[in-house]
Design a protein around this ligand. Structure first.
Ligand SMILES: [Zn+2]
Length: 297
C-alpha cells in the first residue's frame, strides 16, 4: 500500500486468526532505504517477499523501536536477505538480539501461545548492530521513549514520526478510528507520560504507528493518546476503589462505556475482538499493578 511518495506500509500477513492487518513495517525509500521494525519471526519470509515485490534491492538500515519478539523477531532473516543492512537499536537491547534466549523465555511467560505463534527469534551477528547512542544521520532524530518497554526508542525521520508503541496503538478499521494504550506490566504512568510529552516537543508531523495505522498530525494524535492515558487511570482508579474482586472485568466494562476511542471494537470480527481483549486486559494489568504498587500515591 503506497501512502506517500517514498514511504510504504508493508502489512505482514499472519496465519493466526485475527492477527491480519495487525503487523506492519514501514519502509522509507530515498537517499537511504530504511525499514522500521521487522514483525515477528514466523512471518519474516512474508515480509521479505513483500519487500522484494516492492522492488527493494538493498536496505541500508533497520530501525528497531523496541526489543519485543513481535517487533524484532524477524530481524535475523531480514539481515540474511540484505547482507549490507545495519540495525539501529537501543544500546541495552543489543545483548538480547545477539542472544535472544532470555527474551524468548520472558515472551513465553508473558504471551504464552501467542509467543509460540510469533516464533522464536534467532541470534543476530553483533557486528550488524549499532547502539542508538553512537549513531547519527542527517534528518534522523532518535528519542528514548520508555513506557511500553523500558528500552524503547521513537524515530523522527525526514519529518515523519515513528513512535513505536510509545503513542499507543492506532488502527483505522472499516473507516473507524480505534486507539488503545499498550501498557503491559511493568507500567509506570509518569514514565509513559513523559515520553508522550517528549514526542509532543517535536514539530507537528505525520505519524506512522508500528501496528499499521497512520495519521497526518502527530500533535493531535499524541494529545489524544495523552488524554486516553489520563482517562484510563481515572477509570481504573475508580474501579479499584470499589475493591479488587473482578477488577479486570469491571475495568473492561467501564472503559468500553467511557472511552470513545474503543467504540469501533463492536464492529470487529470475533477473532479481532479476542486479540484486542487480550491486549486490553494486559494493558489494564499494567495500570492495576502500577496503581496497587507503593510507587503510586
Ligand atoms: Zn511491544
Amino acid at each position: 500500500m503506497k501512502t506517500a511518495e517514498n514511504i510504504h506500509l508493508i502489512e505482514i500477513e499472519q496465519s493466526r486468526p485475527g492477527f491480519n492487518h495487525f503487523f506492519g513495517s514501514w519502509v522509507c525509500q530515498g537517499e537511504y532505504n530504511i525499514l522500521i521494525d521487522t514483525g515477528p519471526a514466523s512471518s519474516s519470509l512474508n515480509l521479505i517477499t513483500s519487500l522484494t515485490d516492492l522492488g527493494l534491492k538493498s536496505l541500508d538500515y533497520v530501525l528497531l523501536t523496541h526489543i519485543h519478539i513481535d517487533h524484532c523477531g524477524g530481524l535475523s532473516k531480514v539481515l540474511e536477505h540484505f547482507p549490507e543492512a545495519k540495525v539501529i537499536c537501543h544500546e541495552k537491547g543489543i545483548k538480547h538480539l545477539a542472544d535472544p534466549s532470555n527474551l524468548w523465555k520472558g515472551s513465553l511467560k508473558v504471551l504464552g501461545e501467542i509467543a509460540e505463534a510469533y516464533g522464536k527469534p534467532q541470534p543476530v551477528d553483533v557486528k550488524r548492530l549499532i547502539p542508538h547512542t553512537l549513531f547519527t544521520m542527517k534528518r534522523l532524530n532518535i528519542l528514548e521513549t520508555p513506557g511500553h518497554a523500558v528500552h524503547h526508542l521513537s524515530f523522527s525521520y525526514d519529518n515523519r514520526l515513528f513512535p513505536g508503541e510509545a503513542a499507543g496503538n492506532f488502527f483505522i478499521i472499516d473507516g473507524l478510528e480505534y486507539m488503545r494504550p499498550a501498557t503491559p506490566p511493568k507500567f509506570i504512568f509518569n514514565v509513559c507520560m513523559k515520553s508522550v510529552e517528549k514526542l509532543l516537543t517535536l514539530e507537528n508531523q505525520p505519524v506512522f504507528y508500528v501496528h499499521c495505522g497512520s495519521a497526518p498530525n502527530s500533535h493531535v494524535m499524541l494529545n489524544r493518546f495523552r488524554d486516553q492515558l489520563i482517562l484510563w487511570k481515572e477509570i481504573i482508579t475508580n474501579e479499584l476503589a470499589k475493591g479488587k474482586e473482578k477488577i479486570l472485568e469491571r475495568s473492561i466494562a467501564a472503559l468500553f462505556e467511557h472511552d470513545p476511542n474503543l467504540a469501533p471494537f463492536n464492529s470487529f470480527t470475533p477473532q479481532t475482538q479476542s486479540r484486542e481483549l487480550f491486549f486490553i486486559t494486559n494493558s489494564i494489568k499494567g495500570f492495576t499493578d502500577y496503581l496497587n504498587s507503593g510507587t503510586y500515591k
